[in-house]
Ligand binder design. Sequence first.
Ligand SMILES: Cc1cc2nc3c(=O)[nH]c(=O)nc-3n(C[C@H](O)[C@H](O)[C@H](O)COP(=O)(O)OP(=O)(O)OC[C@H]3O[C@@H](n4cnc5c(N)ncnc54)[C@H](O)[C@@H]3O)c2cc1C
Length: 331
Amino acid sequence: MPKTLIIGQGIAGTLLAWELRNSGVEVHILDGRLPGASSIAAAGIINPVTGKRYVKSWRFEEFYPIARQVYRNLEEALGVALWEERPILRLLATPEETNDWSVRCSQEDYLPFLSERDHADKWGKLLKPGFHFGLIHQSGRVNLPLLMERFRNYALEKGFFQEKTVSPEEIEALTTKYDQIIFCEGWRGETNPFFPETPFRVSKGEALLLRFPGLEAAEWPEEMLKKTVLVAPLGDGLFWAGSTYRWHFPDTLPGEDGRSFLLDHLYEMLSVPFDIVDMVAGIRPTMIDRRPVLNQSHLNPKVYMFNGLGTKGTLLAPFFARELATRLVHS
Ligand SMILES: Cc1cc2nc3c(=O)[nH]c(=O)nc-3n(C[C@H](O)[C@H](O)[C@H](O)COP(=O)(O)OP(=O)(O)OC[C@H]3O[C@@H](n4cnc5c(N)ncnc54)[C@H](O)[C@@H]3O)c2cc1C
């Protein structure tokens, strides 16, 4: 079995390590806990139907069952709740949106995913009047920040994790110790010299963490809520609201522009006051063609990249980590 080094422990590195270890491969992970990491800012939402035209997500039926199985196995191994299935209440603001939704609901391949709804359930008393509603099924959320933390602790305990930032100059020496090295660096892969032509187009995302003062536990909405931004219940009366998309950004930190954008869109939906508890930011490792990257370096055949999870790492990582692991085990 090839001895393998993984550089980066976001969702890509975590799931690749998990799959390789399950195949009996000796794995080590190095992660520098660098600013701008995406997995710890994400809400980990899986949404089968996205965009203004309510289009089904790429190969959703293929990816979703694997994601559910992998995250449930991880829950069991790590002894922590990570996976939850929760519908999304979609707000429809105009007659065109309501009409487009009805048309989609009547299409056979959308039947398992969309339905019409005549009420907003517990969101009703928090919303502005005038919306129509739709419901998205087979959606859910994985607690990515918790998964990152628990898997790191598990890996530390088992002796296969070390906190360290790796520079490209160190790779030659590392290839004498390892049979293969997989870069799972997220957006930092953009400047990786072993993969000079990878078509990155990274984007900064920001989100707010909210509470609704005075709202009793029995009144906390259970469904996620979506218009331009998505609001997801995290438990204990805490809600995640995001996110922004910035293609040009001076730093990796939450910014004033992002905050105003999110607030404007929250005020558009909500009729009640809320407290901002925190704001988070991360950089999404998106590619121009929006497809994941599982590449071997032309400059050094022992070096690979697992990247490009973009806006959908939660859904895509389990499938592609398994695919790459199979390739690596047989290489
Ligand atoms: C605000 C926001 C909201 C999002 N919401 C969702 C969502 O709801 N659902 C969803 O599916 N996706 C969402 N995403 C996208 C999702 O976060 C990404 O698809 C996914 O997390 C990418 O994971 P990754 O492992 O490739 O990268 P990252 O999570 O960025 O991990 C890369 C890791 O590599 C380490 N690293 C990098 N270079 C080195 C080096 N040289 N040496 C050592 N360590 C290194 C870093 O420290 C980091 O830990 C969101 C993103 C953002 C920013």
